[in-house]
Design a protein around this ligand. Structure first.
Ligand code: ATR
Length: 274
């Protein structure tokens, strides 16, 4: 049977093995999916070991998504634009890097939460790896306007500059104002910062929300709670990152196996389990 795994540090609490095992069961695929912790500085060696053992692919999580994109001999356009990869396919002609985080987020918002992004005003908070991974696919969903804000303004400016040509092609107004200059209301607000983790305040004013706005934190579990509380307190519809997690996995599974798993069912099962 074919072998896959998730690589990261830490990786002990990753839900990916459970998700992929369930996908395999439900699609009748025979595969094994494990988890491997890699020490910092050992990423390339870890991948070489997987190749030697005949692994077919792996998912990459924190903090190796940048290294994964760099190490690969082949990069999909979206992995190239993100500068980060969460999926590696180990093929005879080398490593193929892809990034399904963004399409996973878009599918969760549009299909699971039922909120089409086309024509929408979207606010993306953060300009680190998590934001970089999703900005391209968000633009391709053709919102009318996408605003990126970040504590360190220059990083938002850089990220937006790198995506400006794509935004123009998609007919989306893409902007990176300083947080102090942020105004207006947004139908969809996405938190791609680690601010709740440290118990810090949500780094934007609540005036960005309007009643019924979708306010999504890319984290799940206790790490998302601060943001979800903030959303609820201001009349927004809160959503955690569990759906994005399942959808990015479904996209990876489809890439590897050529079969689309029933992601909505698996998301419902996982939610009931947690
Ligand atoms: P990741 O890969 O998870 O995105 P990262 O690249 O370190 O990790 O980026 C973390 C993001 O969270 C950044 O946008 C960071 O803001 P800075 O660029 O100013 O560092 C943001 N962040 C982390 N802690 C924060 C806090 N307490 N308040 C606001 N933003 C925070």
């Amino acid at each position: 049977q074919d072998h896959y795994c998730v690589l990261g540090n830490p990786v002990e609490h990753s839900r990916s093995p459970w998700i992929h095992a369930r996908f395999a069961e439900l699609t009748g695929q025979t595969l094994h999916y494990g988890r491997q912790r890699i020490e910092l500085g050992q990423f390339a060696a870890g991948i070489a070991a997987l190749q030697a053992e005949g692994y077919k692919g792996c998912n990459i999580t924190v903090p190796f998504k940048f290294e994964a994109a760099e190490l690969a001999q082949h990069r999909s356009p979206r992995a190239q634009l993100a500068g980060a990869a969460n999926v590696l396919s180990l093929r005879a002609d080398g490593l193929h890097a892809d990034n399904t985080d963004g399409i996973g987020l878009v599918k969760d918002i549009e299909d699971n939460a039922g909120r089409p992004l086309a024509g929408e005003d979207v606010l993306l908070i953060g300009a680190g790896g998590a934001s970089a991974g999703v900005l391209g696919p968000l633009l391709e969903a053709r919102p009318a306007r996408l605003v990126v804000v970040n504590r360190t303004h220059s990083k938002a400016v850089d990220l937006v500059a790198r995506h400006q040509a794509l935004a123009d092609r998609c007919g989306c107004r893409l902007e990176a104002p300083a947080i102090e200059a942020l105004d207006g209301h947004y139908g969809v607000v996405i938190n791609a910062t680690a601010s709740s983790l440290s118990g810090a305040e949500v780094p934007v004013p609540a005036s960005v929300l309007r009643p019924g706005s979708l306010a999504l934190d890319m984290m799940y579990g206790p790490a998302a709670q601060g943001f979800l509380n903030w959303a609820a307190a201001h009349g927004a519809q809160g959503r955690d990152g569990l759906g994005m997690l399942v959808e990015q996995a479904a996209e990876a599974f489809a890439l590897w196996r050529g079969v689309r798993p029933p992601s909505a069912q698996v998301l419902a099962e996982l939610r009931a389990l947690l």
